[in-house]
Write a protein that binds this ligand. Structure first.
Ligand SMILES: NC(=O)c1ccc[n+]([C@@H]2O[C@H](COP(=O)([O-])OP(=O)(O)OC[C@H]3O[C@@H](n4cnc5c(N)ncnc54)[C@H](OP(=O)(O)O)[C@@H]3O)[C@@H](O)[C@H]2O)c1
Length: 390
């Protein structure tokens, strides 16, 4: 029986993780959860799974839950997130933290869980984008497993099972193309929030859906892959693949390619990360029928069409403080777009400006990363409003 600590329980990944736990009550038990403001959904989860610890965003919501569930320990805010992610489980080495908060708020609770010695199933890619070097050092120092939940990285992880990293020629991360894959750059100037939130293949949280439309999500995945698989950026390629059937692949030095295929269902990589190194049945997931799909398509990624992908490669290659700036600027710009304060096309301009203005900070420590993240976000939120640039 594995203890699961679930950060971001009310989100898209969180709910699908609960589905996996529900399907395997003999394998997993929910120990502790954290979520933000969705109290209605949170209460349903608490009633069904009875976790021992709950963390929410505000003190007021924590008091409300305490009245309702007096027997459960409850925390809130940043401190609550840390308490949730490091919750003491009786079977310490059978505990895994599924990190599925959205944005850099996921960084500290994930780091604290690593320090505690808990294995991490990582959905929160922003953790590796903003502080990949530090996080990977901690993973090594505390001898924990870092298992990818992102379907692309799970695919690569599976393709690498039993293989030598030194024998990789390159990894190929596939991209569906997001909501606007058939629009020209000119057409992007007029797109709406509603259109942007309509992803063709995956149903996900709003931030990652926008990141997919700008292709920043793929850029983040490139940086995530660089840290997870310790490969130089030159060996990490991306490929447009509309069907989202091949989730990614590895090409080896002998020209062989190993790919992982499956239906676009996040419960598959979530479950693989939770059950690793075992595989479990996933009864409610549809089996892939290649004869029904008939053909798969691939296209070269166009950096001019998707400048955010180029910014991510550049920021990743430059390293040091640049990936932190990339992540913070993107988070703030996407927030403004979700609040309908800026146009879609403005997102990439804000990120470009932030990267251009930034003077590199070499080898940033955690405090520097957190402070830079805060400063960049505050600056963007304050200075960019509809139609204007600072
Ligand atoms: N969705 C996918 O298919 C997918 C695939 C691969 C990777 N990922 C990655 O997984 C992460 C989660 O994505 P998602 O799509 O599940 O996002 P989501 O649906 O927006 O869910 C985010 C979760 O984080 C919680 N949260 C946000 N801010 C918080 C705060 N300050 N304090 C406490 N809780 C907070 C939310 O709580 P409330 O809603 O209660 O406020 C919610 O439970 C992201 O990093 C994303 O890039 C997602």
């Amino acid at each position: 029986m594995k203890n699961v600590i679930l950060l971001g329980a009310t989100g898209s990944i969180g709910i699908q993780t609960l589905d996996v736990i529900r399907e395997h009550p003999d394998e997993f038990q929910l120990m502790s959860i954290a979520f933000g403001k969705n109290i209605k959904k949170g209460m349903e989860i608490i009633q069904e799974f009875r976790p021992r610890f709950i963390s929410v965003r505000s003190k007021a919501d924590a008091s409300l839950l305490k009245e309702r569930f007096s027997e459960i320990e409850i925390g809130y805010g940043q401190e609550g997130l840390i308490q949730a992610s490091t919750y003491d489980a009786s079977n310490h080495n059978q505990t895994i933290v599924l990190s599925a908060l959205v944005g850099s708020v996921g960084l500290i609770p994930t780091i604290e869980a690593i320090k505690k010695g808990y294995d991490i199933a990582l959905a929160n890619k922003e953790t590796l984008v903003t502080a990949g070097v530090l996080v990977m050092e901690m993973v090594e120092k505390h001898h924990v497993h870092l298992l990818p939940v992102d379907s692309e990285h799970s695919a690569i992880y599976q393709a690498l099972n039993g293989e030598k990293t030194s024998q990789i020629n390159k990894i190929i991360i596939t991209a569906s193309g997001g909501s606007f894959r058939d629009k020209t750059r000119e057409e992007l100037k007029k797109v709406t929030l509603k259109e942007a939130l309509n992803h063709p293949n995956w149903s996900m949280g709003s931030k990652i859906t926008i990141d997919s439309a700008t292709m920043m999500n793929k850029g983040f995945e490139v940086i995530e892959a660089h840290h997870l698989f310790q490969l130089p950026y030159e060996q990490i390629k991306t490929l447009l693949h509309r069907e989202s059937i091949i989730h990614s692949m590895v090409e080896f030095i002998d020209t062989s390619i190993i790919a992982q295929l499956g239906t676009p269902d996040m419960r598959i990589p979530i479950q693989y990360a939770l059950s690793y190194p075992n595989r479990l049945e996933l009864k409610r997931s549809k089996r892939l029928k290649l004869e029904e799909i008939a053909s798969l398509h691939f296209e070269v990624m166009d950096f001019k069409r998707y400048p955010c992908l180029k910014y991510a490669y550049d920021a990743g290659k430059t390293g040091h403080s640049f990936p932190t700036v990339l992540n913070a600027a993107n988070e703030a710009a996407v927030q403004l777009f979700l609040e309908e304060k800026i146009s879609f096309i403005k997102i990439e301009q804000i990120i470009y400006d932030a990267l251009n203005k930034h003077d590199i900070i070499k080898y940033p420590d955690l405090e520097t990363i957190l402070s830079l993240d805060r400063q960049i976000k505050e600056y963007i939120i304050k200075n960019y409003a509809k139609g204007e640039s600072s």
